[in-house]
Design a protein around this ligand. Structure first.
Ligand SMILES: Nc1ncnc2c1ncn2[C@@H]1O[C@H](COP(=O)(O)OP(=O)(O)OP(=O)(O)O)[C@@H](O)[C@H]1O
Length: 242
């Protein structure tokens, strides 16, 4: 399934401009992101690597507009998210962002196809068209036929992650944010998920950011940036050609 040309042509992806984020730390503030600048183009698959505590999750939360930086800008398709009201930001998140969390946060009582249809229902989409699109999306991530009718506990970890990815894609996002997608999977299944993310990035023209500890998966992305102490390492924006 390929994103339509009109949708693609208005996309510019994700840009962070000199973003600084601090958290309260007793009397002081802890700097989790220190003037981080980064751009991710439509159709580009970027990995963010770095040690624990280096700021990877904070970067993802800021890009998701879930945390507001102290300074700097987060632009999604050229829109400065800091200039939006909370209501507008929520709307932008719904229209432009797909998020795949580390832990599968699927609803236990719903089948795979229903996990996607909940979103369609919230948007007031026509049920029949939504059901067809959900089934098509699930098939495109490798979940076919009867598996679409299974509940999370009847699926493997890798299959649950595929449902998460399909659900994140359901709103045709411009930006796809992925947090440690392979942490609960063995190497082979982890590789399959990262390959799937590379394919959906290409096919759906998303600007994809994946946070990962799993260095074995880094050769499947377009570009890697390394974080240390809240900073992107020097030259990281130009990436490592793998
Ligand atoms: N809610 C919070 N309040 C205070 N400090 C925080 C908060 N969240 C994160 N931090 C601190 O900010 C820094 C960056 O944390 P962050 O979670 O972004 O790192 P990370 O690279 O994602 O780590 P990990 O790989 O362990 O998930 C760390 O020093 C962390 O302790």
């Amino acid at each position: 399934m390929t994103a339509t040309l009109s949708a693609v042509s208005t996309r510019t992806g994700l840009a962070l401009r000199e973003v600084t984020l601090t958290y309260p730390d007793g009397e002081a503030r802890l700097t989790a992101l220190d003037e981080v600048s980064l751009t991710v183009a439509p159709g580009e698959f970027l990995a963010v690597a770095g040690p624990s505590g280096s700021g990877k999750s904070s970067l993802l939360a800021v890009a998701a507009t879930l945390l507001t930086p102290d300074r700097g800008q987060v632009l999604i398709d050229g829109q400065d998210t800091g200039a939006l009201s909370p209501r507008e930001r929520t709307a932008l998140r719904r229209e432009k962002l797909g998020i795949v969390f580390q832990q599968s946060n699927l609803l236990a009582s719903l089948t795979a196809v229903e996990q996607l249809l909940v979103l369609a229902d919230l948007r007031g989409e026509r049920p029949r068209a939504a059901r067809e699109r959900a089934a098509e999306l699930l098939a495109s991530v490798g979940l076919n036929g009867p598996k679409q009718q299974r509940r999370p506990h009847q699926l493997s970890g890798g299959e649950r992650q595929r449902v998460n990815i399909a659900r994140a894609l359901f709103g045709s996002p411009s930006v796809l944010l992925v947090d440690e997608p392979t942490s609960a999977l063995d190497h082979e299944r982890g590789t399959q998920i990262v390959e799937l993310l590379a394919a959906v990035t290409r096919d759906h023209a998303t600007a994809t950011v994946m946070v990962t500890h799993d260095r074995a998966q880094l050769d499947r992305v377009d570009r890697v940036v390394e974080m240390a102490d809240g900073r992107l390492l020097l030259g990281a924006e130009h990436g490592v050609d793998l």
